[in-house]
Write a protein that binds this ligand. Structure first.
Ligand SMILES: Cc1cc2nc3c(=O)[nH]c(=O)nc-3n(C[C@H](O)[C@H](O)[C@H](O)COP(=O)(O)O)c2cc1C
Length: 378
């Protein structure tokens, strides 16, 4: 973090980050949220490992932990050792994480995920093709158990199959509740299934799930209805990444698309809306910051009355300033939470941050995962 305070020794006012915040029915003691981050360290069947329990417990001083993206079905899986929530074993694993976080005074919501076309038949049950709104392949290659392979042309979901996907989200949300977590976040970002439906580069359907913006947004709202049949909506958040181009997934008119989606989300009493700012869209793979893109949280603020969390390229001072201005209500930190398990305390006391080691983001094992030090061991 290029941090003015640690460089100059001048501590700017960060108090805005330490005011409690109600995200619907979830009360945060501070506004420093851990962003959802896939770290690929669950067991091969998607059941959380003991390493996962330690990792989340170490970071429990966050105002809120948002879990790594968690697959609601085998069909929704596209990466080895990503975590899941479609079996009793997944519930048992996640309840260990929830218990450990709660025992350390924290709160955790689960990010519900379906990768859509960002998968491969070798990762799917019975060697089936990955699914998507339309039969359009992503460019490039995906890592499979037998090496890198070109992305395949996905199977376009039928309307009946879409109903099955919605039911998978409902069951995932129910299982997250049975695991004792504090809420759920619907992942509608970063080029995965729900965003593939939203964006016109990936959705060429002509039925009620394609064409108009309202139709392309239908699956998101079907999923939200299903999730909110299980959870009080005041414990449900949604993540969007307007202007993202991740995984070749983009829209010809992102401002119109997202204004529509955000205005409709505003008619519900959700816990929060979470924007992944496009300037740091490639954070999982690179450190570059995209210049000349909108600050979407600021753009959407007037459309959305409930709390907004923003993520992407913040440091302690820019985060505190944006919260103090009221542009956003909380900041989610990703990469700096990887290497600073006690990030809130470091920000509060203007301590230097430990730099992260990108080579261990998805590498598996304890290194670069649970071995970053706290200021005070414990
Ligand atoms: C290792 C890594 C894994 C990520 N995995 C996810 C994920 O599972 N779900 C998601 O919505 N975003 C994911 N992201 C994006 C982060 O949530 C966050 O938006 C991004 O890192 C920008 O924030 P930062 O600049 O504070 O790092 C990931 C980012 C990183 C670095």
């Amino acid at each position: 973090m290029a941090d003015a305070a640690t460089k100059t020794g001048i501590v700017t006012d960060r108090s805005a980050l330490f005011k409690p915040l109600a995200l619907g029915d979830i009360t945060l003691p501070n506004r420093i949220v851990m962003a959802p981050m896939s770290r690929m360290r669950s067991n091969s069947d998607g059941v959380p490992s003991d390493l996962n329990v330690t990792y989340y417990q170490q970071r429990a001083s966050a105002g809120l932990l948002i879990s790594e993206a968690t697959c609601v079905s085998r069909q929704g899986t596209g990466y080895a050792n990503s975590t899941a929530i479609y079996s009793d074993a997944h519930i048992a694993g996640w309840s260990k994480i929830g218990d450990a976080v709660h025992a350390s005074g924290g709160r955790i919501v689960m990010q519900l995920w379906h990768v859509g076309r960002i998968s491969h038949s070798s990762l799917q049950e019975g060697g089936r093709l990955p699914v998507a709104p339309s039969p359009i392949a992503r460019s490039g290659e995906i890592l499979t158990p037998s090496g890198a392979k070109p992305y395949e042309i996905p199977h376009a979901l039928t309307v009946d199959e879409i109903a099955g996907v919605v039911e998978d989200y409902r069951l995932g949300a129910l299982r997250a509740k049975q695991a004792g977590l504090d809420g759920v976040e619907v992942q509608c970002a970063n080029g995965f299934l729900l965003e593939q439906f939203l964006n016109d580069a990936t959705n060429r359907r002509s039925d009620r799930y394609g064409g108009s913006i309202e139709n392309r947004a239908r699956l998101l709202f079907d999923v939200l209805d299903a999730v909110c049949s299980v959870w009080n909506e005041r414990k449900v958040g949604v993540r969007l990444s307007p202007f993202s181009t991740a995984h070749d997934c983009f829209d010809s008119d992102p401002a119109a698309l997202h204004s529509h989606v955000v205005a409709r989300l505003a008619s519900r009493d959700l816990a929060y809306l979470h924007f992944y700012e496009p300037r740091a869209g490639g954070a999982g793979r690179a450190d570059n910051v995209t210049a000349g893109v909108p600050f979407v949280s600021e753009m959407m603020r007037t459309l959305y009355p409930n709390p907004i969390i923003a993520a992407g390229g913040f440091n302690a001072d820019t985060a505190a300033a944006a919260v103090a201005r009221g542009t956003i209500d909380a900041v989610a930190f990703g990469r700096n939470f990887v290497s600073n398990p006690d990030l809130p305390e470091r920000i509060r006391t203007a301590q230097a941050l430990t730099p992260y080691d990108r080579s261990t983001f998805y590498a598996g094992g304890a290194k670069g995962y649970i071995d970053y030090p706290k200021l005070i061991a414990g």
